[in-house]
Structure formats: structure tokens, C-alpha cells
Design a protein around this ligand. Structure first.
Ligand code: GDG
Length: 742
């Protein structure tokens, strides 16, 4: 065993990216000169500006075995090479990563092999990466770990450096529990991942599979995207598991496609193929997940049936070499090449080749020329995390033409719904889709391509990384005003049949003040709330952590406003008064709680106790930092022992204990049921509002006020902007209803 990373002293980088491969490759020329070549992947393009701006480092393997390299700088990014031996490559990389995890995570299309030596090597190598990352990261730095080869790194890092903010992104699918459960080390892998603060997946379904596995194997409670991981002293650490569909640098692809020399090359390709009416294209790493064999089978049958003719249609298949030392891949190459040979032998003529097959990698310019030349792009993966080839094809087609045939088993199918979607296992269905694509009228082709291009350009790789890092760290200062994308989302929301507008009060409608009783909503709030209340199909609710009495006092809500206080413990809906009703056991706990807190906080200057309907809060804002912390620690420790079932909630200089557990998420769900609203707008500024963001679904709108990590999709600076947001919603809704009436 290698030494753990626990002895590592912090480094000085604020952002550390960790991936199996570095964004640079080591090259040794024949004359012995050594150099580094940048491999221009999408990830590097996306992260480069961020890395430069924030003093970033990239930790990874430089692509050559048994060599030790000192950290160095390449093009403004610090590179921290991790050494892998020939044996590590065999056991950790080719073995556990590519012959255990890869097939297991891709629906066991090939059989995974389970070997204990491979696992041991995986643990050792993950520890080496964690150690290198821990040594590079500055105190409080953000570390972003990538992909299935490094799933243990988040936990190892957290143990060594609890100060770090840790994100993980899984580029490949996360399998359903029935499959994941095969893995002998399934618990260790989940535990490794749960060391992160944020775990990103490609698809909603992947994040769901992960959360289900966590529930089944650990019994941790999960809700929406939140997983509560128990930590010492009865507390929970919240981990977010959410989908962030990756993308490409769409503008860069489009720019290349507009270059005259690349367009000339595209014309040349068509000519060299004998000017067929239709060029179909497949571009894949030669991998059994990509469905290359299924594609060739469908094409071969279409030629056999006479539905297609080799004079008219050519299939170009680029199968770039991949994992050539893994036995399954050697076998796959033989199978594919046999199939290509059969089809070509049966159908090619002297002047026309049925399948133009290429087992090599091409420069990116050549790929773009191929995309431009292709009338129909075939992406027929049996299982694929995302599939960037599909997005690249769309980005390149600035002429608005071209048809994308896309497997529903590729992550891209979630976004690219205007493609011709197929099930690659259904050979007849795939054949029909190919014929449909070849014969599709121009108008339909351009209509579909326009919609696809909008999707790819709206969520490019920069938007993807920004959204991941924003959720992980909360970003920096928030600009004033209402951002354009929020205006669009409000316009869209205003179309719903019924809308619930649920608003936190302090920090959302009212600026934070020193004395809670002095809080008041900013000017214009009352009027805009009234405008919303007057609109048919709109309900307004206040969702506060305050006790209801206090909320009513400071917010002075109109009578039609629905109210929930004390994080959902108190509710005042239309006809009812305040609902609560504690049972005797809860009253007894409340008694004990009061005695303990008065004893601890009573004598300390600058602290005070606030009565809550189902608990108490100790405020320490006016005490010295040292006294405040001491009071909080003592209260927490004593009560954890005495009343372990209490719900503890930590805010800014306040520690709250409650005998009944409820969150703003519970409050919001209750309000949704009560109002029967189709869609919800929830706005809040505090960590407790994250519980409400967690229960938002498709079509709902989450709005975070101010900086800080959040699950909300939108953000504004202050309560002033919230009134503007509400006014916009009222404007849009009013206009839509007027238009409908006319
Ligand atoms: C994994 C997940 C997920 C291919 N041949 C050549 C070449 N390529 C480029 C393509 C594309 C990339 O390689 C392949 O990306 P994919 O997304 O299609 O697939 P994987 O390699 O399996 O990637 C996948 C991805 O991670 C990102 O998260 O989407 O699901 O499996 O960019 O253009 N590029 C060049 N020459 C080639 O011959 N220059």
C-alpha cells in the first residue's frame, strides 16, 4: 500500500482539475527530442479560460508509462503529471477501468471481468491521484475530478483535506441498480463518490440510478437531487447528485466549417467517393458500445433488399483505434472488419464502394469536412454517456441541412429530440429510419436542423462547465438587473394554466437587517404581490423560517397570501387558522430543550434565545466570534446526547433546534398540493431554501438571491430585483390572458 494522502501540505492552486489523462501528450521524436503536444479536447477548451483566470492546475497522466515528470507550465496552465507504471496501466487502466467498469456501466453489453488485483491497483492509483491533487490545492480550493477511472478520489481527498470543495463528473452512464449490484466493490465505489459535494451525471436517469443505489446500499435518505450523508456527531453532509449534460465548443466547430479550405475538402470527399446521391457517415472510437456492427447490418440488409443501391448511397465509417490491448476490443475489430468485408465483397462495384472504412484517427479539420460532406449522420450507440459526435455534426451544419439519426440510448437523445430517434436493437426500425432520412424533404430537414442547432448552441461546453461550477461553488458577485435567460423563463412560465409563486421573506423580499423585527419588504413588493393575486390562475405564498406570528408582523401579507412559517411546521392556508398541534412527547422534549439552552446561552453576553412553535433558536450574532462558537458547540454536543431525535438547523449566527422535522421543501410540497398548481416559481436566498429548490421539477423555476452554492437555475442580486422579476411575471401573464381573451 502506498502512504495515504493525510500528510500532504496544501499547495497554492485555487482550481484543480483531476482526470486520468492530461490535456497534453508527451512526445518523443525519433531523433530523441522530447516535447508536449496539447490535445485540444472540448474539456480543455471549456476550462482553459477559467484555469488561467483562477490560477488553476491540471493533475493527470501524461500518456507515457514509467516516466516521472516534474510539474510544469503549458500555455498558462500548470500541469501536474502523475506517474503510471506499465503494471498500473495493465491492472488499473486496461483492467479495472476498461474491462470492469466500462462494460458494467454500459449495460454489460460485454461481460465485465472482476479481478481482485485489478481492484487493488485501482485503489492504489486513485490514492496517487488524490495525493497529487491534495498537494496542489490551496486552502479552501475547488477540485473537480473527472470520470470513472477516479471514483475513489473524492473520498480520499475529503479525508485528507476537509477544507476543499470537491466536484465529480461522470462522463459515462451510471447503471441501474440491478447491474451495478454485480460489482464486488460497489459500496467502496459509492462511498468514494460521496466524498464529493456535487456529483454530476450526463442524464437525469443516471443521477436517479446513483441515488437509488445509495438508498439501497446505505439507506441514506435522498430527496430530489439531494443525498444526506451522515457524518460524525449526528449531523448530515449534503451531497448533490444532478445531471449536467456535457457539450462541445459549438462556435469553434462552426467557425471551422465556414473555412473555404475545409468546404473545398468536403466537396473533394464527395467527388472521391464517386459523387453518390447520399453520403452516410459514422464516426466512433472502435468500441462495442457504439453499435457499429448493428449499423453495418442494417445498411447491408438495405442493399440486399434493394431498398438502397450502392451507386446512390455510400457509408463512410471512421472507427478510430481504441484500447487495442484489451482482448474484447481486439475481437470487436475482427468482427467489424469481417462484416465490412462481407458487405463490400457482396455489393461494391469497381466504381462504388459500399462502405468506406477507416481504422485511423484523423485531424479535426478532416472530421469537420466529413461532417459537412455527410447527408445523413448515423449515431447508433447501444449505450453512450452523451455522444459528442452527434453534437459536433449539428454544430458544423451551418447550412441548415443534414439529417441526424440518433440512438435513444445515447445521452444526447434527451436534448436532441428533433433528430430521427432510433432503437439500434430494432434492425427493421433502424432500416426504416435510414430510408426516411435519405428521402426526407428539404423543408423537414431544415426545420429539424434549426431546432437541433438551437439546443447545441444554447448549451455549449462553456455553459456546461459554468453551470457545474456555479452549482458547486456559487460563483462570485452577482450583477444587478434581471438576466435575459430569466426573462425568457418567466415568459415561458407565465403560459402555465396555474402558477404558484412561493417566496421566502428575509433576504428575498426584505433585505437582511440586524434586528429581525425591523425587517420590511422593499418598496413595491406589496403592489406587485397584489397584481399577481389579481391574476386568474396565480397563487402567492410566503415560505419562511420565521414563526408565523413574526412573519405576519414583518411581512404584513394580504389575506389571500398563503403562509407557512417555521420551515413548514406552521401553515396557514385559505380557510384555516394556524395549524400545528404538538403531541405530549414533543412538548416534553421542548421543555428539556428550553432548560438546556437557557443554562448554556443565558449567561453569555450577546446571545439570546428565540421561541419557535416547535423548537428554539439560539442567536449569537452580537456575541464575540469565540463565545458564539463555544455556545453553539456546547449546545450541539449536549443536545445530541440528550435529545438525539431533534432536528438541528444551522444558519448565519443562529442554531435552531426543532422537535418536529420539517423543511421548506415540505412546505412547498404542501402548498403545491393545496393549490394544485401546474408550475411553481420559488425564490429564496438561504441554505434552508435549498430544500425547496430540491423539490422543484420539470417546468418549475428556482430563483436564488445573492451569491453562494445553489440548486436554483436562476440568480439575481437582491430583493429589489425580485420585485422586478415578479412584475415581469405579472406583465407576461396579463398580456397572455388579454391575448387569449381577444
Ligand atoms: C466519453 C463518453 C461522452 C473520434 N474519432 C476521431 C476524433 N474523435 C472525437 C470525436 C469526439 C470524441 O472523439 C468522441 O466523443 P464521444 O462523446 O463521441 O465518445 P467517447 O470517446 O466514448 O467519450 C461519451 C464523452 O465521454 C464526453 O463526456 O459524450 O458518451 O463515452 O469529439 O470528434 N477526433 C479526431 N479524429 C478522429 O479520428 N480529431
Amino acid at each position: 500500500m502506498e502512504p495515504g494522502p493525510d500528510t500532504v501540505a496544501p499547495g497554492h492552486f485555487d482550481l484543480v482539475v483531476v482526470s486520468n489523462r492530461l490535456p497534453v501528450d508527451y512526445e518523443l521524436a525519433e531523433d530523441g527530442t522530447e516535447s508536449w503536444r496539447t490535445s485540444p479536447g472540448g474539456l480543455v477548451t471549456a476550462l482553459e479560460p477559467l484555469m488561467r483566470a483562477s490560477d488553476g492546475a491540471w493533475v493527470g497522466w501524461p500518456g507515457v508509462a514509467d516516466r516521472e515528470f516534474e510539474p510544469f507550465e503549458n500555455d498558462g496552465i500548470s500541469i501536474v503529471p502523475v506517474r503510471l507504471s506499465t503494471e498500473d496501466l495493465e491492472l488499473y487502466y486496461e483492467g479495472f477501468s476498461n474491462d470492469t467498469l466500462w462494460p458494467l456501466y454500459h449495460d454489460v453489453i460485454a461481460s465485465p471481468s472482476y479481478h481482485r488485483e485489478w481492484w487493488e491497483s485501482y485503489v492504489r492509483v486513485n490514492r496517487r491521484f488524490a495525493k497529487a491533487a491534495a498537494a496542489a490545492a490551496a486552502p479552501g480550493a475547488t477540485v473537480w475530478v473527472h470520470d470513472y477511472q477516479l471514483q475513489l478520489v473524492p473520498r480520499m481527498l475529503r479525508d485528507a483535506r476537509p477544507d476543499l470543495v470537491i466536484g465529480f463528473f461522470n462522463h459515462i452512464p451510471f447503471p441501474p441498480y440491478g447491474i451495478f449490484a454485480q460489482l464486488p466493490w460497489r459500496k467502496q465505489i459509492l462511498d468514494g463518490l460521496l466524498g464529493a459535494d456535487l456529483i454530476g451525471f450526463q442524464r437525469l436517469a443516471d443521477a436517479g440510478n446513483f441515488s437509488r443505489a445509495v438508498r439501497r446500499l446505505f439507506g441514506y435518505s435522498t430527496r430530489g437531487v439531494a443525498v444526506d450523508v451522515p457524518s460524525q456527531n449526528g449531523q448530515h453532509r449534503r451531497v448533490i447528485a444532478k445531471h449536467f449534460p456535457i457539450s462541445i465548443d459549438a462556435a469553434a466547430y462552426e467557425e471551422m466549417a465556414k473555412r473555404p479550405e475545409i468546404q473545398a475538402r468536403a466537396r473533394q470527399i464527395r467527388e472521391d467517393l464517386g459523387n453518390p446521391k447520399t453520403i452516410m457517415l459514422g464516426v466512433d472510437r472502435l468500441d462495442y458500445t457504439k453499435g457499429i456492427g448493428h449499423r453495418i447490418k442494417a445498411f447491408g440488409e438495405l442493399l440486399e433488399d434493394g431498398q438502397l443501391n450502392v451507386e446512390d448511397v455510400t457509408l463512410v465509417q471512421v472507427a478510430s483505434p481504441s484500447r487495442e490491448r484489451v482482448a474484447t476490443y481486439m475481437q470487436l475489430r475482427d468482427e467489424i472488419e469481417l462484416a465490412v468485408g462481407r458487405v463490400n465483397g457482396d455489393y461494391s462495384t469497381i466504381s462504388h464502394t459500399a462502405i468506406s472504412y477507416h481504422h485511423h484517427g484523423y485531424p479535426r479539420e478532416e472530421m469537420v469536412a466529413l461532417y459537412l460532406a455527410a447527408d445523413v449522420m448515423l449515431v447508433t450507440a447501444l449505450r453512450d454517456g452523451m455522444n459528442l459526435v452527434a453534437k459536433e455534426y449539428v454544430a458544423v451544419r451551418h447550412d441548415g441541412d443534414g439529417v441526424l439519426v440518433l440512438s435513444e440510448f445515447a445521452g444526447a437523445a434527451d436534448e436532441l429530440k428533433q433528430a430521427v430517434l432510433i432503437n439500434p436493437h430494432d434492425i427493421d426500425g433502424m432500416k426504416a429510419a435510414i430510408v426516411k432520412s435519405i428521402t426526407m424533404p428539404k423543408r423537414e430537414r431544415t426545420r429539424r436542423m434549426r431546432a437541433l442547432r438551437r439546443k447545441v448552441f444554447d448549451n455549449d461546453v462553456a455553459a456546461w462547465s459554468a453551470s457545474f461550477l456555479q452549482t458547486l461553488t456559487g460563483g462570485a458577485a452577482v450583477p444587478s438587473g434581471v438576466p435575459e435567460n430569466l426573462v425568457n423563463a418567466l415568459r415561458d412560465l407565465s403560459q402555465a394554466e396555474t402558477i404558484l409563486v412561493a417566496l421566502d421573506f428575509d433576504g428575498t423580499l426584505a433585505p437582511h437587517v440586524d434586528e429581525p423585527e425591523d425587517a420590511r419588504a422593499v418598496d413595491g413588493t406589496h403592489d406587485v404581490v397584489q397584481r399577481l393575486l389579481d391574476l386568474p390562475g396565480v397563487r402567492v405564498a410566503f415560505v419562511s423560517g420565521r414563526a408565523l406570528v413574526s412573519l405576519k408582523h414583518v411581512a404584513e401579507p394580504q389575506t389571500q397570501v398563503l403562509l407557512t412559517g417555521s420551515h413548514g411546521i406552521e401553515v396557514q392556508l385559505d380557510e384555516n387558522g394556524i395549524e400545528l398541534g404538538l403531541v405530549p412527547a414533543e412538548l416534553e422534549q421542548l421543555d428539556t430543550l428550553t432548560r438546556v439552552l437557557e443554562r448554556i446561552a443565558g449567561p453569555v453576553f450577546g446571545t439570546w434565545i428565540e421561541q419557535k412553535p416547535a423548537g428554539l433558536a439560539v442567536h449569537t450574532r452580537l456575541a464575540s466570534a469565540q463565545d458564539g462558537q463555544a455556545v453553539q458547540r456546547q449546545a450541539r454536543d449536549e443536545l445530541a446526547e440528550l435529545l438525539p431525535s431533534l432536528t438541528v438547523r444551522e444558519g448565519k449566527n443562529v442554531l435552531e433546534f426543532s422537535v418536529r422535522s420539517s423543511t421548506k421543501g415540505d412546505a412547498l410540497e404542501r402548498l403545491r398540493v393545496h393549490t394544485g398548481a401546474d408550475r411553481v416559481l420559488y425564490a429564496g436566498d438561504d441554505v434552508t431554501d435549498e430544500d425547496a429548490f430540491t423539490v422543484l421539477g420539470e417546468g418549475d423555476l428556482g430563483l436564488k438571491i445573492g451569491p453562494g452554492a445553489t440548486l436554483a437555475g436562476y440568480r439575481v442580486r437582491s430583493p429589489k430585483e425580485v420585485t422586478q422579476v415578479l412584475a415581469l411575471l405579472a406583465d407576461f401573464r396579463g398580456a397572455a390572458q388579454q391575448a387569449a381573451a381577444e
